[in-house]
Design a protein around this ligand. Structure first.
Ligand SMILES: Nc1ncnc2c1ncn2[C@@H]1O[C@H](COP(=O)(O)OP(=O)(O)OP(=O)(O)O)[C@@H](O)[C@H]1O
Length: 728
């Protein structure tokens, strides 16, 4: 009896616990990914601001500025502040709740859930949810159909066996209390043996079901992850820039929830359904009257527990969000540790963090109170319900309507049914979470890139030709309000070199990004050998381009692998030739040469940059884009990289477009294009422009010279500015 009471209380607590457990499971990932998307180290740069005097009226340059920016992504793009992973947890709300008469019952809630109203998300973004349905979820499980059918069969066996337990215990009690000679129509030893075998079969079926369900679930998760990641990689770069943190959460957490939902959750739901149905049927068979009384008590209490559990889960979600905020604050400041130390902000940061900790504590305290009250109340309700049932059941036993064994079986079945009802609501919640997670994952799977990689004609490998920008206008999709390029017209002959020059933010990188087809222009066109580059398949077009970014990105692996990145067919000879062309002599002095692991070799900025130039060269590109390849380097490294660029420029078969701030880099190009206010304001040969009195280029160069000198602590004088050519 005590066991039954405990069973019922436990049953009531299941829904509540489910909420908390799933919430707790989400806690860690939230803390991990809550901050600024993928954790990118903050770089603190005290940078000389080049070309700070675009305005003709002001010739005094700003000398230097402190810039703190994230590595790799340049723009102030919209970064999700908290990539909360509880996004799929809130079940869909019922559509109408205007008054008591219209308040939906649990059944209608379940139906409204089943109609799969899109699950609300905390950080909902426009159009970032795929359509989802149970059908689509099940479709995912299709390749596992055979395994799942076997698992369902095994589930039926194990559930049937476990439903025999209450009946057997009841019969056992009657057997001993009546001194009967047969048990279940058999002699006791034979009956015991049959039961033992049956229970073994049940246990084996249960174990096999769990194994099959879990492995199938993991296979589904693996399949979805691979597909979703591949789909992500095929998107336009803007997409990943904008939502890297969110994508990672979709790939890790949402795929997990999805896989769980179509396997374990489905299996738990089925088991709960079978247990509830068989339990109620057995109870009716034993005593319809007592069953009726129990059905009046157990389900309402269970449902009360479910709703209460939901409220607690909401509270728990809020706590997790607060924990996410707290972690975000800590992560941000720990990444900027030197800044905090340099500005003696330890106390300030300590109090800011304490505020976050306090909001977590307040929520957790509320949660603790509610949890305590819930556990107390659910235990009491369970016990009171049990008392009622025992009272009425005892009465039925006293009038010989049922036996003591029947009463025991009935009580046990009622606990089973109570647990199963909780299990079923847990199943629906899990299903809803699966649907929500599914919509996020399907969105990733179904999304078509704005610049599909393989759409368009293939470019012959050997082809080179002039590049032309024809009245190109462009705004970044994430910042539509600012027109970055306002009608760029430019012609670049094949095999020549051009330096794009302009103040910071004038659009040098943007031009290179358009050339790489990371974006497409809003108006006008970019042509290559007379063909709009949008007509080429981006994959094929990009294979003709080598890009060297300002921050060289090297991956884990050997030097060879890094140079051959993106050129899987490159031989060791090709890699060595590219390394030579990129002035990477130092590689031959590394302990294992080209087989040295990048992590093991402490490479300087200049060496890393030259490796990334070699990576661009090994694919034998027609066009080489160098985006401020030397701006972050010291003068020794800069000289080494510039020497490499010099060698490349001398090659006749490669068009070099370099965005540059430093005079030493600009001077190497055959032609200079000056960008101002989104248009080309001047262009020509370097020596001509730098000599021409009053040229925009000359003003910019003078300012740059001042900046370079001031960064070295040398005072610049007017005559020196006039003597620009000699200075260079
Ligand atoms: N991904 C982006 N999303 C939105 N705006 C961007 C993005 N990248 C650059 N911008 C904005 O576009 C403008 C031009 O930037 P761009 O990087 O092309 O200039 P730049 O001349 O290369 O500057 P710098 O010399 O500082 O590298 C700037 O105002 C910049 O803030």
């Amino acid at each position: 009896m005590l066991g039954t009471s405990v069973g019922l209380s436990l049953g009531l607590g299941v829904a509540f616990r489910r909420g908390l457990c799933t919430s707790a499971a989400r806690l860690r990932p939230i803390a991990r990914s809550s901050c600024h998307g993928p954790s990118q180290p903050l770089t603190i740069r005290i940078a000389s601001r080049p070309f700070q005097t675009p305005s003709p009226q002001r010739s005094t340059p700003q000398l230097s500025s402190l810039s703190i920016r994230r590595n790799s992504t340049k723009p102030p793009t919209r970064v999700p502040t908290t990539t909360t992973l509880n996004t799929t947890a809130t079940p869909a709300e019922p559509a109408v709740t205007s008054g008591p008469a219209e308040r939906p019952s649990i059944i209608s809630r379940i139906y409204s859930n089943l109609s799969l109203t899109p699950v609300k998300e905390n950080h909902e973004k426009d159009g970032e949810h795929g359509s989802s349905s149970v059908g689509k979820l099940l479709e995912l499980a299709k390749p596992e159909k055979k395994n799942l059918v076997i698992a369902v069969g095994l589930l039926l066996i194990s559930s049937s066996v476990s439903m025999l337990v209450p009946l057997t215990i009841g019969k056992l009690i009657d057997f001993f209390s009546t001194n009967s000679s047969t048990f279940l129509g058999l002699s006791f030893p034979v009956a015991a043996g049959v039961l033992a075998v049956t229970f073994c079969i049940g246990a084996a079926a249960n174990a096999s079901r769990a194994i099959i369900m879990r492995t199938s679930g993991q296979r589904i998760i693996a399949r979805v992850r691979n597909q979703a990641y591949l789909s992500t990689l095929r998107q336009e770069p803007e997409f990943a820039d904008r939502s890297a943190g969110d994508i990672v959460s979709r790939l890790s957490v949402d795929t997990n929830i999805l896989g769980e939902s179509v396997t374990s959750n489905l299996s738990d739901g089925l088991r709960a359904l079978i247990s509830a149905t068989v339990g109620v049927a057995a109870m009716v068979w034993i005593s319809a009257k007592l069953t009726l009384v129990m059905l009046c008590v157990v389900p309402p209490v269970s449902l009360g527990a479910v709703f209460y559990g939901r409220y607690l889960r909401k509270l728990s979600n809020m706590t997790q969000e607060a924990v996410g905020e707290m972690s975000k604050t800590a992560e941000e400041k720990l990444n900027a540790f030197k800044t905090v130390a340099a500005y003696n902000s330890q106390e300030l940061e300590g109090s800011l963090f304490a505020k976050k900790v306090d909001s977590v504590f307040q929520l957790a305290k509320k949660e603790a109170y509610m949890t305590g009250i819930f556990w107390g109340a659910s235990g009491l309700t369970g016990n009171l319900a049990m008392l009622c049932l025992l009272g009425y059941g005892g009465h039925l036993v006293s009038i010989h309507e049922i036996t003591v064994g029947d009463l025991t079986s009935l009580l046990m079945y009622s606990a089973y049914v109570g647990g199963s009802v909780s299990g079923l609501t847990g199943f629906f919640t899990g299903l809803m979470r699966g649907v929500g997670a599914g919509s996020r994952v399907f969105w990733l799977l179904d999304r078509t890139s704005h610049i599909p990689l393989d759409k368009g004609v293939k470019l012959p490998h050997s082809r080179n030709g002039p590049i032309r920008f024809e009245n190109v206008r462009f705004r970044y999709p994430s910042r539509k309000e600012v027109e970055v390029l306002k009608g760029i017209n430019m012609h670049i002959e094949p095999g020549t070199s051009v330096a794009l020059v302009g103040s910071s933010g004038s659009g040098k990188t943007s031009i290179q990004q358009l050339l790489s087809r990371f974006y497409d222009p809003d108006e006008g066109r970019v042509t290559f050998d007379g063909t709009d580059i949008r007509d080429f398949a981006p994959e094929s077009w990009r294979s003709r381009i080598g890009v060297v970014f300002q921050d060289p990105i090297l991956f884990a692996g050997t030097v060879h692998e890094n140079i051959a990145y993106g050129s899987p067919d490159a031989t060791r000879e090709d890699v060595e030739a590219a390394a030579k062309a990129a002035n990477c002599d130092f590689i031959w002095n590394l302990p294992q040469g080209f087989d040295t692991l990048i992590g093991k070799a402490s490479l300087s900025g200049g060496q890393r940059q030259r490796i990334s130039i070699a990576r661009a060269l090994v694919r034998n590109p027609s066009i080489l884009l160098l985006d401020e390849a030397t701006s972050a380097l010291d003068s020794t490294s800069e000289n080494a990289v510039n020497a490499a660029i010099d060698d490349i420029i001398r090659q006749q078969n490669i068009t070099v477009i370099l965005a540059a701030h430093r005079l030493s880099s600009i001077a190497r190009a055959e032609r200079v294009v000056v960008l101002e206010n989104g248009v080309v304001s001047e262009e020509g040969r370097y020596d001509v422009l730098s000599r021409r009195e009053g040229s925009r280029f000359r003003t910019l160069m003078a300012a740059q010279l001042l900046v370079e000198k001031s960064s070295k602590g040398i005072e610049a004088s007017q005559p020196e500015q006039g003597n620009l050519q000699e200075r260079i």
